[in-house]
Ligand binder design. Structure first.
Ligand SMILES: N[C@@H](CCC[C@H](N)C(=O)O)C(=O)O
Length: 289
């Protein structure tokens, strides 16, 4: 199959979203892509491109235990290890495009394997794997694992949790999500030197042990309407702080996810919707008339 630069050839895509976290999903099994960071930025651009928070690429698996390879690119062009809302869309895309009707699907990511199950009610359940709390593996600069860290930030010691769901997350609590300084603090905390690979920043309003409100500043994308992996990390943090139950409804600006976690060393499960918006064709410059 011919490998071509993403922008110089026509290709088809599907626009999807999971709770308003939106994606351009590409079939890299029947088409072949070479996605450079500048190609991703153009595709994700909401004025000069298609517009999305992330680009998801479905590729043939390289691991014989897996059905497909799941690749994720942020709007800023960076390739990353994990995207929870995207995983649900990936499962629906694979079924709808006729690539496979296997259910559950096992996919390989840069963070390991994931299992995606489309339920009879149409919601998708994702086994997100075992949350990572070891600072070196997050990666997060700390002497030893802790439930809470005091992060130096703007002259204060900010109480935070650090969790990896395959990608790095910083979690902090706020009185009210609606007035949280998501853009102001989020942009700076994303680049905090304690997180050498940057991080996704979650602002948690814990309402009761089974209900959490959350807004997220995503690494490489800014504030989004929902971040699945950040919602998972927020439940992990809330449980470590002994403020959340095993099953939690997480309400984000774009809607609600159900997240179940039985505690350290066990896998975490996320359930939520995945919606198709439209199918389209990318037309390269010079072929538009
Ligand atoms: N929106 C995603 C996360 C996408 C990747 C993230 N921005 C990162 O850089 O790690 C989700 O739903 O998990």
């Amino acid at each position: 199959m011919e490998q071509h630069s993403a922008l110089s050839q026509p290709w088809t895509f599907t626009k999807m979203h999971g709770l308003g976290n939106d994606f351009v999903v590409l079939d890299g099994v029947r088409q072949s892509f070479s996605l450079r960071p500048e190609d991703c930025r153009r595709i994700a651009d909401r004025h000069f491109g298609i517009g999305c928070d992330q680009i998801l690429l479905v590729e043939p698996a390289t691991d014989p235990d897996c059905d497909f390879r799941y690749r994720i690119f942020n709007a800023d062009g960076s390739e990353v290890n994990q995207c929870g809302n995207g995983a649900r869309c990936f499962a629906v895309f694979v079924r709808r495009s006729g690539l496979s009707d296997k259910n559950p699907l096992r996919v390989e990511t840069r963070a390991g394997q994931m299992s995606l199950h489309i339920r009879p009610d149409g919601l998708v359940e994702v086994n997100m794997g075992v949350p990572i709390l070891d600072p070196a593996a997050i990666p997060f600069r700390a002497e030893a694992p802790a439930r809470e860290y005091a992060l130096p930030f703007r002259g204060q010691a900010l109480p935070i949790a650090a969790v990896s769901m395959g990608n790095p997350h910083l979690l902090l609590t706020v009185e009210q999500c609606d007035s949280a300084p998501v853009a102001d603090w989020g942009a700076e905390l994303e680049q905090h030197p304690a997180f050498p690979e940057r991080c996704n920043v979650g602002f948690l309003e814990i309402q009761d042990p089974a209900h959490l409100r959350l807004r997220t500043w995503e690494r490489g994308a800014g504030e989004t309407l929902a971040c699945g992996s950040n919602a998972c990390a927020a439940v992990v943090a809330g449980q470590l702080w002994e403020r959340l139950a095993d099953t939690v409804q997480v309400t984000l600006p774009g809607g609600t996810l159900e997240i179940r976690w039985a505690g350290p060393g066990t896998p975490l499960y996320m359930v939520g919707p995945a919606e198709v918006v439209f199918d389209g064709t990318w037309i390269p410059e010079g072929e538009k008339t």
